[in-house]
Write a protein that binds this ligand. Structure first.
Ligand code: ADP
Ligand code: MG
Length: 258
């Protein structure tokens, strides 16, 4: 459903994405991981041209996105949802109005937009909070509004750029739960940039590891994290080992005290 071929993005002399290739099939949840600065955000933002690629091909459902004129691009963007790290909500609008905003500015009738926005908010468990404004909501609730906004048009593809990275660790879980639920129950293809290893292990159909603007490894989560072929993969494997060890030691410690 999405093919990225030889994607390049340069900022002046700096190459942020360096000939990246990625195929995503319908219904798949692909998790992209890699060190900070390796080009994850740039890649995901190039998909719907929030960032303009320098070169390369982006084919979404048979349409060459990189060749579309702006009005057609706007039409195709309606089929692609984007969830940002910073929720980007309008503070003076209610949750419902925040979700309606994009629909109405996209030309939809207000009452129709209200129905779709209410449905989307219900899907992310925010049905009770539709009239609250962002400052009255927790970070996790705000991000769920951000997810509802991306979901409202029932997109075929959803792009997520570190959706939990700005959250208090205690609030991360509610957002990951919503993401897992969408991945498993809705017919949406997802490309997710995240550092959440348990989510990647548990929910991803495929892990894509990036380094220095390129894909360096991809495969099933178990395969990539237990028998990595790349330097970055090896670093993740060690991190998982370390976290498992620490958890075991903590449980063991508790038993001794008890
Ligand atoms: P990641 O999301 O993996 O942390 P990014 O895609 O944000 O990485 O950035 C990749 C590289 O491109 C980094 O070196 C970053 O500094 C650079 N970069 C990103 N956005 C811009 C920009 N708007 N202008 C100049 N350089 C940028
Ligand atoms: Mg980033």
């Amino acid at each position: 459903m999405l093919q990225i071929a030889n994607l390049v993005k340069k900022y002046g002399d700096k190459t942020a994405v360096d000939g990246l290739n990625l195929h995503v099939t319908h219904g798949e949840t692909v998790v992209i991981m890699g060190p900070s600065g390796c080009g994850k955000s740039t890649t995901i933002r190039c998909i719907n041209r929030l960032t303009e690629p320098t070169a390369g091909e982006l084919i979404f459902q048979g349409v060459a996105l990189n060749q579309l004129a702006y009005p057609e691009l706007l039409q195709v963007r309606k089929r692609i949802g984007f969830v940002f790290q910073q929720f980007n909500l309008v503070r003076r609008l209610t949750a419902l109005e925040n979700v309606m905003l994009g629909l109405v500015t996209g030309g939809m009738d207000k009452e129709e937009a209200r129905v779709l926005a209410n449905n989307a908010l219900a899907k992310v468990g925010m049905g009770k909070y539709v009239l609250q404004k962002p400052p009255e909501l927790s970070g996790g609730q705000q991000q769920r509004v951000g997810i509802a906004r991306a979901l409202a048009l029932e997109p075929e593809l959803m792009l997520w750029d570190e959706p939990t990275a700005s959250l208090d660790p205690i609030l991360v879980r509610e957002v990951l739960d919503v993401m897992e639920d969408l991945s498993k129950t809705q017919n949406i293809t997802m490309v997710v940039v995240t550092h959440e290893l348990p989510f990647a292990l548990h929910v991803a159909d495929r892990i894509v590891l990036m380094d220095k603007g390129k894909v360096v490894e991809e495969g099933l989560p178990q395969q990539v994290f237990s028998n990595p072929q790349s330097h970055v993969g090896e670093q993740y494997r060690q991190l998982i080992d370390y976290q498992l060890n620490m958890t075991e030691q903590k449980i063991y410690g508790k038993r001794i005290i008890a």
